[in-house]
Design a protein around this ligand. Structure first.
Ligand SMILES: [Zn+2]
Length: 252
């Protein structure tokens, strides 16, 4: 497993954290700041323990700030502020053709993210559809858990499964990322609500999400969660004609 060296921290992933989570680093004020947007970098120390850091604190903790761009981001389908998305577009436009090494690094991140979403994050959603956890990925998932590494052949195999026409559209990477994001946001709302009827309604939506692996625009609006503008619009997830149910007003 990749471990922190020379007292440095190893970035593991960018992920959602509970809203009452505090940054592991102490800011200049000497106090632990929180994460108002509910996202953090997760860094691993020399003992293998993982802690949440804000972006600036993570940058200060790692040996090379570039390392932060080399972790899987499980929050990518969260709503982004206009400025962020504009920056991303500009960065994309000015980016040169990726080198072979950059392409390989990108494929490794995509493979890790798909593996972890399918075998761990979405698989752990209560009452989730059992097809999410995929037996042919079990060996490689255990290997990754043990070592934190994937061989080139394993990366290729994971990406081939994701792209395979036999993998249903709702089990593709981007849709699983939307499911994980919606799950986190519904759980936060349920935890924050003290009205029983509201909790019951949100639990109903959450159960639907777990079984169907999609939410319609009407369901997202009714729940009151902020999702990415293209959430649950990947090709094929609504069937052949991609028409969303619930557009006539029915929520389920
Ligand atoms: Zn911090």
């Amino acid at each position: 497993m990749t471990q922190a060296q020379h007292g440095g921290w190893i970035p593991v992933r960018k992920d959602f954290v509970d809203l009452d989570t505090r940054c592991h680093a102490r800011g200049t004020t000497g106090r632990h700041h929180g994460f108002p947007d509910g996202r953090a970098y997760i860094l691993r120390d020399a003992h293998g323990h993982e802690y949440p850091f804000g972006e600036d604190c993570a940058r200060a903790a790692v040996l090379h700030p570039d390392q932060l761009a080399q972790v899987p981001d499980y929050t990518e389908r969260d709503v982004v502020r206009q400025a962020d998305s504009l920056d991303a577009v500009i960065a994309m436009a000015s980016r040169r053709r990726p080198s072979a090494a950059q392409r390989e690094a990108g494929q490794r991140l995509a493979a890790i993210r798909y593996l972890v979403l399918r075998m761990e994050k979405v698989a752990a959603v209560p009452r989730v559809q059992p097809t999410v956890r995929f037996a042919p990925l079990q060996d490689v998932y255990e290997h990754f858990q043990r070592t934190g590494e994937l061989s080139r052949a394993q990366v290729a195999r994971i990406l081939a499964i994701e792209k395979s026409p036999t993998t249903p559209p709702r089990l593709k990477a981007l849709n699983l990322l939307d499911v994980y994001t919606a799950h986190v946001k519904l759980e936060r709302l349920i935890a924050a609500s003290n009205r029983l009827d509201n909790i019951r309604f949100l639990r109903g939506l959450h159960d639907w999400l777990a079984r169907q692996l999609v939410l319609s625009a009407a369901q997202i609006a009714a729940a009151g969660i902020d999702m990415h503008p293209q959430a649950f619009s990947s090709p094929g997830i609504w069937g052949a004609d991609d028409a969303q149910p619930g557009e006539s007003g029915a929520l389920f």
